[in-house]
Ligand binder design. Structure first.
Ligand code: CA
Length: 290
């Protein structure tokens, strides 16, 4: 298109020159006028053609630029959309991975009950009732060893089923025969079924709780007793659906006979269950919730 316009302009200019030459035989005035006229025509035609060519070229260039710009924008938009989608996918994948990857650790807590009672820092478990897994019943067997016997009396009983919330603690100078202790063991049939011993305290009302504490016996008591390997606190509002707060790995503290295992929390609950694991005996004296 551009070439055609230039050729046309050249052709017009050439014919104008021819006209001017043919006028040379006439008188000066005519010649001059004709020449002027022809030159003007040629020049005008050339200029018009050139302008048209230029305009066409410019238009073509502009259109090309526009098209290029449009295409560039479109491509940029597409790329941006793709990248946005990709990033959204990546982000979604990451968050999904994170939530599934940590689901066994980061517990999804139930919504807190706005009507929960405040503890005001008091131990609201004091005097409350609870149920528990089997305490150890041992006797000397026919082969001379000591172990679980169905008919044997409980070795370290929970008098009146109140010792875990009676507010009383064993003597620091006492031993495992102190009546303030109750004794669980991994050889209890309950433990063998569940893989832990437990007790579940009913606080009577739903409370906003920030600290749960269980007091356990240590190796200082001797007799194969040690702090549980793990203590896990679970909370519930209905006594049926429990949510685990954590499983605490306990380091036995042999400097004292009674060791405190604490769990800080921010939950509302009426029931608290404590699960303990051990390789032998688990002695427990008290539970507190505040
Ligand atoms: Ca007690």
């Amino acid at each position: 298109m551009k070439k055609l316009a230039i050729l046309l302009a050249l052709a017009l200019a050439f014919s104008a020159c021819l006209l001017a030459l043919s006028a040379c035989g006439d008188d000066g005035e005519t010649s001059s006028a004709a020449s002027s006229e022809a030159s003007s025509e040629a020049s005008s035609a050339a200029s018009s053609a050139a302008s048209s060519a230029a305009s066409s070229a410019a238009s073509s260039a502009a259109s090309s630029e526009a098209s290029s710009a449009a295409s560039s924008e479109a491509s940029s938009a597409a790329s941006s959309a793709t990248s946005s989608e990709a990033s959204s996918e990546a982000s979604s994948a990451t968050s999904s991975e994170t939530s599934s990857g940590t689901s066994s650790e980061a517990v999804s807590m139930p919504e807190k009950n706005p009507n929960a009672l405040a503890t005001n820092g008091e131990n609201v478990a004091l005097g409350k009732s609870y149920e528990k897994s089997q305490l150890f019943q041992q006797a000397k067997k026919d082969d001379g060893s000591w172990g679980w016997v169905d008919e044997a009396p409980i070795s370290y009983p929970d008098t009146d089923d109140k010792e875990l919330t009676d507010g009383l603690h064993p003597s620091e100078t006492g031993d495992y025969t102190d009546a303030a202790w109750i004794g669980f063991h991994k050889d209890c049939p309950d433990y063998k079924t569940n893989s832990y011993s437990y007790f579940t305290v009913d606080l009577g009302e739903v409370y906003a709780l920030s600290k749960l504490t269980v007091y356990v016996g240590t190796t200082k008591l001797t007799g194969g007793i040690s702090a549980p390997a793990t203590v896990e606190f679970l909370v519930s509002e209905d006594g049926e659906n429990f949510t685990s707060l954590d499983a605490i790995s306990v380091k036995n503290d042999a400097t004292t006979v009674e060791q405190k295992v604490e769990q800080t929390c921010d939950v509302t609950a009426q029931y608290v269950q404590v699960r303990m694991t051990s390789s032998a005996w688990m002695f427990v004296s008290e539970f507190e919730a505040s």
